[in-house]
Ligand binder design. Structure first.
Ligand code: PEP
Ligand code: MG
Length: 885
């Protein structure tokens, strides 16, 4: 099958596979598409991702077929531009770039100006009429190739450049003259010889294959792996390679290079947005070496900046660029992120892709584009990543709170963050592991900092623009970020930091406002998010298109209220044991479990009854009219045991039982494997008085609420860890008996259901029989994953990351359901349960109920609802709608 595809020049672009991102990668597919709609794209070719996969698997050999195909494709470029690769008179130069199925900004490698050597540089100098440009390109090429392909430390080259500039008393690269670049090239070559023991490669074909090899290898670099893990990108996709005729933004004052978005990627505002640099190559913009200039006059004026915008400095090229923006938005029906170069006044498009955006921008873009008639409601629903909503649901800085502003940088990624200053990525990770909130402060970030950025609440950089690494990555991760903050200087040796006049140390608290770029000393108060506006509109559309209900996992009235604001349609799991951990109650719980006799237990339970009843009453008031699944006590009693002498002494005081006696009882309750021990319905079977108390508290509360307000919720009483029908039958009798008692006492009957969790493989398999006793099933996929995989949910973090890295699991199975394995059990149970009881209610209450991929599976199986923690309820609403479309 074809694996090398040409584009631009006189290529025909009729091949459907070439426009398929899974074949040619995002960049390759879009280059072909742009060329096909008539945009100015430098001619080139794409080597398919399959070749990368094969190369990495077969240990790095290239087939002769591939070599032939590349030679042919190179001819296509040569013919299109009328220059020959390696020609001493007028040489063709190419760029070699990676391009995976999805964009992984800055994660993989690029080589520019490839095809230069001691001979061709002279040809380029003559042919371009600009020797300075030719030698500037050659030194760039040696530096980049040495870093990316030869694996030499780029610091060596940067240092040589810095010294060369210092010797001349220059500040900017643009001040360097032709002879200066020539001298630097000689130095660079000497560095290569010294480091490598051989000369910089002069054979241009050797250079090309070296670069292709390096791009393939970069797919498996450490930083790419980390990025993939954080973004759930499979390791077996591989990257494509794009080889393209070079166009030059560094050919003097009529040349430039830039990046642009067709709308503001931070706010979603309909305004062109971007940065450019005159007389520069693409890498200069991203690397933050020179501070880029504004694209539009309006943006420049708003920022009060002096250097002319592109709109002012190159009006013709700018006008052409604006036309391209319009065309691309109409073609792709989405906001585009573009890279372009102007070579001697002529505009060239190097890349387009749908732009990464903040959650706020994603919402605004989706809603606006429906208004503009570019997309329909369903497309809008599918456009917003449910997980991105998370950013919007969290608090922002209170505009009225006092702010001690130290400096104001660029608002690179929105949201508010407070935390303690850390000065490197490893420290960020360590401190966050011990539960600290941290702000990562760096001069600028690089892909090596990704893990620290992920661990941090927010990121502050001294350098870099809105498209710097820090800005792009932070937006993708949803971390607030202020970049290019003036007056920030970092002293890594003393672990201190100066912002303007103020001295700070690592560990001091800082607050960032990623929405306006402010950096503040100390902690600043926050306010709750706005749930109306674009958010409300999109949620309304989502609700219209989803089939499954969305409930919440909550056990406090405050959480229930919050969840209802977020749109919860009931409680899917109220874990009653959480109500027992309160300092006062835990004593009664301990008294109960350490009692010797049923009588002792009943006495202690009598103290808990009014407390539990009061909890339920409050929750039922909040959830009036909605179904509420209340799960009876589940965890091993073991978990409630006192720790340490002080707690035993206190308990001895309260109960009048001796410390020795209590310790002996505690010893008897100790379990080696408590998660498979005396827990769940096994407690209800052996200590029925516990479930009796809980059932009584529920029924009394629901009767009270019905009496007071006339609007009761529907209690669904749920039994945990059931494996057999008989367990459920015994406990259902118990509940029905208590219900009858309470209804007789209160003189009122209320509706209720009894059902079970399905969280053991046996229960899933025997669901047909169990359904005879159950009015509903709720899939407890946390335990079901643990018991199906035989992997402890509490101890697996140590090895699961490696399991994911090595492709044993695509994702952490406790985060995203193992659909192949655990999913089968869910499917079997749903089918068998329904066969017995046609109207059995089916839901999920494990953590997976808030994970979009798992929610899609639930829709497929036809569950009636998913249940998620309060902040995840909107995520689940959107994901359920996406699943239904
Ligand atoms: C489950 O096991 O999936 C569940 C929801 O219960 P818990 O997490 O409380 O064990
Ligand atoms: Mg469970």
């Amino acid at each position: 099958e074809q694996t090398v595809f040409t584009f631009g020049g006189d290529s025909s672009h009729t091949n459907a596979r070439q426009k398929d991102k899974t074949v040619t990668g995002g960049k390759g597919a879009n280059l072909a598409e742009m060329a096909a709609i008539g945009l100015p794209v430098p001619p080139g070719f794409t080597i398919a991702t399959d070749e990368c996969v094969r190369y990495l698997k077969d240990g790095g050999d290239f087939s002769s077929q591939l070599q032939d195909d590349v030679a042919q494709a190179l001819k296509h470029i040569e013919k299109s531009v009328g220059k020959r690769f390696g020609d001493a008179v007028d040489p063709l130069l190419v760029s070699v770039r990676s391009g995976a199925r999805v964009s992984m900004p800055g994660m993989m490698d690029t080589v520019l100006n490839l095809g230069l050597n001691d001979e061709t540089v002279e040809g380029l100098a003559t042919a371009s009429g600009d020797p300075r440009f030719a030698w500037d390109s050659y030194r760039r090429f040696i530096q980049m190739y040495s870093d990316v392909v030869l694996g030499l430390d780029h610091g060596l080259f940067e240092e040589a450049l810095e010294i060369a500039k210092e010797d001349k008393g220059f500040y900017n690269d643009t001040e360097m003259e032709c002879e200066d670049w020539q001298a630097l090239v000689a130095q660079y070559k000497a560095i290569v010889r010294e480091q490598l023991g051989e000369d910089f490669p002069q054979d241009v074909h050797h250079q090309l294959w070296g670069a292709i090899r390096a791009v393939f290898d970069s797919w498996d670099s450490e930083r790419a792996k980390v990025y993939r893990r954080l973004n759930d990108i499979p390791g077996d996709w591989g990257t494509a390679v794009n080889v393209q005729a070079m166009v030059f933004g560094n050919m003097g004052e009529t040349s430039a290079t830039g990046v642009a978005f067709t709308r503001d990627p931070a706010t979603g505002e309909k305004a062109y947005y971007g940065e450019y640099l005159i007389n520069a190559q693409g890498e200069d913009v991203v690397a933050g070496i020179r501070t880029p200039q504004y694209l539009t006059k309006a943006a420049r004026e708003a920022a009060g900046a002096k250097p002319l915008s592109m709109e002012e400095a190159m009006p013709d090229a700018y006008a052409e660029l604006v036309q391209v923006f319009e065309l691309l938005e109409r073609h792709y029906r989405d906001m585009q992120d573009i890279e372009f170069t102007v070579e001697r006044g002529k505009l060239w498009m190097l890349q387009t892709r749908s732009g990464k955006r903040t959650a706020k921008a994603a919402l605004k873009l989706a809603v606006d584009m429906v208004g503009e008639g570019l997309i329909d409601e369903k497309t809008a629903i599918l456009r917003v990543d449910p997980m991105a909503l998370d950013q919007l649901l969290h608090p922002t800085l209170d505009p009225d709170a006092p702010r001690d502003v130290l400096t104001t940088g660029l608002p690179a990624s929105p949201g508010a963050a407070s935390g303690r200053i850390v000065l490197d990525a490893d420290t960020a990770e360590q401190w966050s592991h011990r539960g600290e909130k941290v702000i990562l402060v760096r001069v600028e970030t690089s892909p090596e900092d990704i893990h620290g950025m992920h661990a941090a609440q927010g990121i502050l950089t001294a350098r870099g623009g809105m498209t710097s690494h820090a800005a792009v990555v932070a937006r993708g991760m949803g971390r607030p970020c202020v970049s290019g903050a003036p007056g920030v200087s970092i002293d890594l040796k003393n672990r201190t930091l100066r912002i303007g006049e103020r001295e700070l140390s690592e560990g001091d608290t800082l607050t960032l406002d990623g929405g306006n770029g402010q950096v503040m000393a100390g902690h600043v108060a926050t306010i709750e998010p706005e749930l109306a506006g674009d958010f409300g509109t999109l949620m309304e559309w989502a609700d219209k298109h989803r089939r499954m209900k969305v409930r919440t996992n909550a056990e406090t009235p405050a959480d229930c209220r919050m969840a209802r604001q977020f749109g919860a349609e009931g409680i899917g799991l109220c874990r009653t044991e959480h109500m027992f951990f309160d300092a006062r109650r835990i004593r009664a719980v301990r008294e109960m479990i350490l009692a010797d006799s049923e009588k002792g237990r009943r006495a202690a339970l009598a103290k808990l009854l009014p407390e539990q009843r009061a909890d339920f009453r409050e929750i039922f008031e909040v959830m009036a009219g909605l179904p509420c699944t209340i799960r009876l006590l589940d965890p091993p009693l073991h978990e409630f045991l006192p720790h340490g002498d002080a707690e035993f002494a206190e308990l001895a005081d309260a109960t009048g039982l001796g410390v020795d006696h209590l310790k002996r009882r505690a010893g008897e309750l100790h379990e080696f494997n408590p998660m498979l021990g005396h827990r769940g319905c096994r407690l209800g079977i052996t200590y029925p008085e516990i479930y009796e108390m809980q059932a009584r508290a529920i029924f009394e509360a629901v009767c009270d609420v019905a009496e007071a307000s006339g609007a009761a919720p529907l209690p669904e009483i749920m039994i945990p860890l059931v494996a057999t029908k008989r367990e459920l039958a015994l406990l259902r009798e118990l509940i029905d008996r208590i219900a009858a008692e309470v209804f007789a006492e209160k003189g009122r009957e209320v509706a209720y259901l009894v059902g079970t969790m399905i969280e053991l493989p046996r229960a899933a398999l025997m669901a047909g029989e169990i359904a005879e006793e159950a009015r509903f099933f709720s899939f407890g996929t946390n335990d079901l994953t643990q018991t199906t995989l035989g992997v402890s949910r509490d101890d697996s973090a140590r090895f699961l990351a490696q399991y994911v890295d090595r492709g044993i699991f695509a994702r952490d199975p406790f985060v995203s359901l193992d659909i192949d394995g655990v999913g089968q059990l869910v499917e079997i149970a749903a089918k068998r349960g329904r066969a017995t009881r046609g109207d059995i209610k089916l839901g999920i209450c494990g953590e997976h109920g808030g994970d979009p991929a798992s929610i899609a599976f639930c829709e497929q199986v036809g569950l009636d609802y998913v249940s998620a923690s309060p902040y995840r309820v909107p995520i689940a609403r959107l994901a359920a709608a996406q699943a239904a479309l």
